[in-house]
Design a protein around this ligand. Structure first.
Ligand SMILES: Cc1cc2nc3c(=O)[nH]c(=O)nc-3n(C[C@H](O)[C@H](O)[C@H](O)COP(=O)(O)OP(=O)(O)OC[C@H]3O[C@@H](n4cnc5c(N)ncnc54)[C@H](O)[C@@H]3O)c2cc1C
Length: 599
């Protein structure tokens, strides 16, 4: 596994130069503490922790996995101690509500830390990641008593959290879930049912685990309208708030799986476990969306992390590994061969990873700024606009970034040749770990339906227009900029095509609803490439302006422009293929009778 080095220069570029984080934080309610010096200090400290503590445990976690012991599920060597250090450093409280022990820093700053944690060691990062989702859910929907009891412990990091949705017969289709919640005389509920694939469901890193569980009340309506949400602690809290008697919830087994071995994926049995309702009856799925939206952006980071880690490893290797001579003549005549970085195809693989990692960082930070505004924007109007933008960008970030992040991880392995397939180098672990990103938190197929069906068509294209309007303004403002022409012209054309395609798909969908499902994944991928084009054009502009102004970092800014050029010329053409596919019609998928598949 390559030693992770936090890409601090690029993090700073995206935060401050591309997205003007200083102004952004100044516009938020209660973000006064996020001064530039404070932000730098936090990121610098976080980077050290990730590089020195978490990264060395990444391969250990993969090799050892989670195991059973007399005391329950044991995490890999070093995981528990690293978590202690994380808690002592105050990291769990960073973005939480100050009324319950949090530091109230903006969510986007927390996501920078999540990026570094997740790239250094994704499996480990899932434990605090799930707690973060539980924290947000109780913060948004819990009663004052629930906040005092659970939120304070989650924020301090003494307890961790989970998200319990999936059951053996349902994951995407939560409307069919069966876990029951029966009222007890004391106002609590008895929760009975089996949840599977529960990340961080059981472990030895914290003294208590707060499960956030979807279940049905007696007589609840069928489908998604009859689901309620409950807090079910592993140990019941005592009067004094400490973790007490064991609740009737237990881990039935730990799943054996392809990757993320250091994270315990558990079957959780609820046998009349005591639970407390959060939010209104039968509105559980709405409340759970607070958790799921946190987790979706969190999962988008997995795509970024996989690309960054693959890139860091394969770049170092490509500079050292010698094989054959450059087609244009030897570049390392004293050596037995040239380093493989001289070969065009190796450069294609490296630049693809770089364009994906840096584009993903820009997309995630942009999305995170919208989340900040939804949470702490100063006016109702800006909060509403940000909410719409966040809803539009979230499925794209989640699905597009995990898809292309996986592609990048695969290229990272390919650069190593046969050595990439061997465990020692860590590249095959990166591929295995990254693969789950396209499945959990809503598969790519489900995210695509959400984007095209719910976010775009059901709003008559309003959410798309909100975004394409920004792109249009950017293109107009820079239409006369000669240096930017190579980016602005194709971006403006793409932006128009995006609207036209949406209209065409919408029209065919009015006649046949299958068209939405048939077009959706191509639509999502097209949208991802379009959002990337906008961000890469903006990054090129920042870099070009900087070079005109004069800079001592010519190489850094020049690389930005070169990568933008690579993206426009060599990756963006993929959008054309998705455009054609999305218009190919549902009949190319639906006309074949089911029985004929096997012939
Ligand atoms: C390692 C791991 C960790 C996980 N962690 C958690 C966790 O912490 N908490 C939790 O609750 N769950 C967790 N999950 C579960 C995960 O979220 C689900 O596996 C996922 O949502 C998919 O559900 P499913 O497995 O039931 O697949 P299904 O829903 O059966 O889907 C199977 C296939 O059908 C497709 N499909 C289904 N419906 C449609 C449709 N209408 N249109 C088009 N395509 C469709 C899907 O895209 C998919 O390709 C985890 C899973 C794994 C493997």
């Amino acid at each position: 596994m390559p030693d992770y080095k936090a890409p601090l220069r690029d993090i700073k570029f995206v935060m401050t130069e591309l997205l003007d984080s200083e102004q952004h934080y100044a516009n938020l309610e209660g973000a006064e503490d996020a001064s530039p010096d404070m932000v730098d200090a936090i990121i610098g400290e976080g980077a050290k922790f990730c590089e020195q503590v978490l990264s060395p445990l990444n391969q250990v976690g993969d090799k050892e996995g989670c195991t059973w012991s007399e005391d329950g599920v044991k995490t890999p060597t070093g995981f528990k101690e690293a978590y202690q250090q994380y808690v002592e450093g105050g990291w769990p409280s960073m973005t939480a509500d100050p009324n319950y022990g949090g530091q109230g820093l903006p969510h986007s700053l927390g996501l920078v830390m999540s990026e570094m944690v997740g790239t250094a060691n994704w499996s480990w990062g899932m434990y605090p990641g799930l707690s973060h989702g539980a924290t947000n859910t109780i913060e948004a929907h819990g009663t004052e008593e629930q906040k005092q009891t659970y939120l304070t412990k989650l924020i301090s990091g003494e307890w961790t959290g989970t998200m319990c949705l999936t059951e053996p017969h349902c994951g995407s289709d939560l409307g069919t879930l069966r876990t029951k919640a029966e009222p007890n005389a004391d106002g609590t509920y008895a929760i009975t049912g089996t949840k599977i694939f529960i990340s961080a469901g059981e472990h030895d890193m914290a003294e208590n685990i707060v499960h956030i569980v979807l279940a049905r009340l007696p007589g609840a309506p069928e489908g998604t309208k009859g689901i309620s949400l409950f807090i079910v602690p592993k140990n019941l809290p005592n009067e004094d708030g400490a973790s007490g008697e064991r609740n009737a919830v237990s881990c039935g087994s730990i799943e054996h799986k392809m990757g993320i071995h250091g994270n315990a994926t558990c079957v959780m049995n609820f046998d009349g476990a005591k639970g407390w309702l959060i939010g209104p009856e039968n509105k559980g799925l709405n409340c759970m969306f607070t958790f799921m939206n946190t987790a979706r952006i969190g999962t988008a980071i997995q795509g970024l992390g996989a690309a960054e880690l693959g890139f860091q490893g394969s770049l170092a290797y490509a500079k050292e590994r010698l094989a054959m001579r450059s087609l244009s003549g030897a570049k390392n005549p004293e050596g037995i061969a040239d380093p493989i970085i001289v070969h065009p195809d190796v450069r294609r693989m490296l630049l693809t990873q770089k364009a994906i990692a840096e584009g993903a960082r820009a997309l995630i930070y942009l999305t995170a700024q919208q989340a900040d505004i939804v949470h702490s924007g100063k006016t109702e109007e800006e909060r509403k606009a940000a909410d719409e933008a966040l809803g539009f960008l979230t499925p794209i970030a989640k699905a597009f970034l995990t898809e292309i992040g996986y592609e990048a991880a695969n290229l990272g392995m390919q650069v190593y040749g046969g050595h990439g397939f061997i465990s020692e180098w860590g590249m095959e672990q990166n591929v295995r770990d990254a693969r789950i990103g396209m499945i959990y938190e809503g598969t790519t197929g489900i995210q695509a339906l959400d984007l095209l069906g719910r976010k775009v068509l059901m709003t008559q294209g309003e959410s798309l227009k909100g975004f394409t309007k920004q792109v249009h303004v950017f293109c107009k403002e820079n239409a006369d900029n000669e240096q930017l022409r190579e980016f602005i012209e194709p971006l403006a054309a793409l932006n128009k095509e995006w609207g036209d395609l949406t209209m065409k798909v919408g029209m065919t969908a009015m006649k046949n609803r299958e068209e939405v499902g048939a077009a959706s994944v191509d639509y999502l991928m097209y949208s991802g490439y379009a959002v990337f084009a906008y961000l890469w054009a903006r990054m090129a502009k920042v870099a070009l302006d900087k070079m005109v102004e004069g800079t001592t970092e010519e190489m850094f800014y020049n690389a930005k422009v070169q990568t933008a050029r690579f993206y426009f010329k060599r990756m963006l053409p993929r959008a054309k293929g998705h455009a054609e596919s999305m218009l190919a019609g549902a009949d190319t998928l639906m006309d074949m009778p089911e029985e004929a598949f096997a012939l």
